[in-house]
Design a protein around this ligand. Structure first.
Ligand code: FE2
Length: 370
């Protein structure tokens, strides 16, 4: 039988490989680097409209079972809700042939009912490195001309870039959800070992992400903040269960033991080289803004921003949850306490963002807060 520690170290290695792969994909996608799939599709549609001079363009992506094409984005006269199942002849013939095709004067052909709003159509498959990921459709040139071979070449040029970029973005999204899923399973195992912390991690993650967004942090930092919050208490996996589950207040030795969890969490994750800033934020999430009473004596900006955000999110959830040695505070009392500790325990700019979030955006807000 394997121990929880050896299981954990295996999972950490798997996470490390998944993160390596994610980073590689990020580095490889040059033109569309760091763009979401929505942004990539939007950019492709705009490029098709302006380069080829068409009234309509639509980017269609394969659904997850690869038996339907769904519209991801479009410009001009296009029904975004229309799906194209495998038996739809025009699009799927083009996809099978893996090369572009033009269909002029649709009304005079057997395809007249296919897209009746359009006079002429050109379709190109979007081919990634390993699979066809969708199709780019353009319809009706601005000047009501036919499509020329130069138009077809332009469509192919856009499609070849788009296919690779969409495949990369899809792989990135799949890997990201795999990574976050693996982390969530790890956290569930941790929470299962304590009867007092059920749901704590997910709530802290929700609060931290909310604060980060109000502070205007970019998407990649918000994403890191999510991973950071999910893993912030992972060091408690090494804390004896008797301490985590104790039904009365902790004595000094037990407090000292529990206070080791930020450092232990950082040690457990040390192999995740790309997690460097996440690890530091986990290590310092119990530091105090004024440098007093923290575990490592850091103060102000010496404490990483993600750690300062986590600190507020963590404290608010702890205060509004029952603990063995005290009853939970009301939301109003907890908010007042966070405000009272602004400038001492907490970074005032984080508290300010927290107050905006809790009063205006938090889905858990049950009462009007002070
Ligand atoms: Fe903690």
């Amino acid at each position: 039988m394997t121990s929880p520690e050896s299981d954990l170290s295996l999972t950490v290695q798997e996470l490390s490989h998944a993160y390596e792969e994610l980073s590689l994909l990020y580095r490889l996608s040059e033109v569309f680097s760091c763009m979401s799939i929505e942004d990539i599709c939007s950019r492709i549609a705009d490029e098709a409209v302006t380069s080829i001079g068409v009234k309509t363009a639509a980017v269609l992506c394969m659904d997850e079972n690869a038996d339907k094409l769904l519209t991801r984005t479009s410009r001009g006269d296009w029904d975004n809700s229309r799906e194209f199942p495998r038996d739809e002849e025009i699009l799927w013939k083009v996809i099978q042939a893996k090369k572009p095709s033009a269909f002029c004067r649709l009304a005079d052909t057997e395809h007249r009912n296919y897209l009746p709003a359009h006079r002429s159509l050109m379709v190109c498959p979007l081919i990634g490195k390993t699979r066809v990921v969708g199709a780019l459709v353009v319809a009706d040139k601005e000047a009501d001309e036919e499509f020329f071979s130069s138009d077809s070449k332009l469509l192919m040029a856009i499609s070849s870039q788009a296919g690779l970029a969409i495949e990369n973005a899809l792989l990135y999204a799949e890997l990201e959800s795999l990574l976050v899923g693996a982390i969530r399973s790890l956290v569930k195992a941790l929470e299962a070992s304590s009867c007092w912390t059920a749901g704590h991690t997910e709530r802290v993650t929700e609060y931290a992400v909310g604060i980060g967004k109000v502070m205007g942090q970019p998407d990649d930092i918000v994403e890191k903040l999510k991973i950071c919050a999910l893993l912030h208490d992972i060091g408690k996996i090494a804390t004896p269960k008797e301490i985590l589950n104790k039904n009365e207040g902790l004595d000094e030795a037990e407090w000292t033991e529990i206070q080791r969890h930020p450092g232990l969490g950082a040690e457990i994750l040390v192999e995740l080289k790309q997690f460097k800033d996440i690890i530091l934020s986990i290590k310092y999430h119990h530091e105090h803004w004024d440098g007093q009473k923290g575990l490592y004596g850091l103060k102000h900006e010496e404490i990483p921003l993600m750690a300062r955000i986590l600190s507020v999110a963590d404290a608010y959830d702890a205060m509004t949850s029952d603990r063995p040695y005290r009853k939970m505070l009301s939301q109003e009392a907890a908010v007042k306490e966070i405000e009272r500790c602004s400038g001492t325990q907490f970074d005032p700019s984080v508290v300010k963002a927290f107050l905006v979030w809790i009063r205006s955006f938090s889905p858990r807000r049950r009462v009007s807060l002070p």
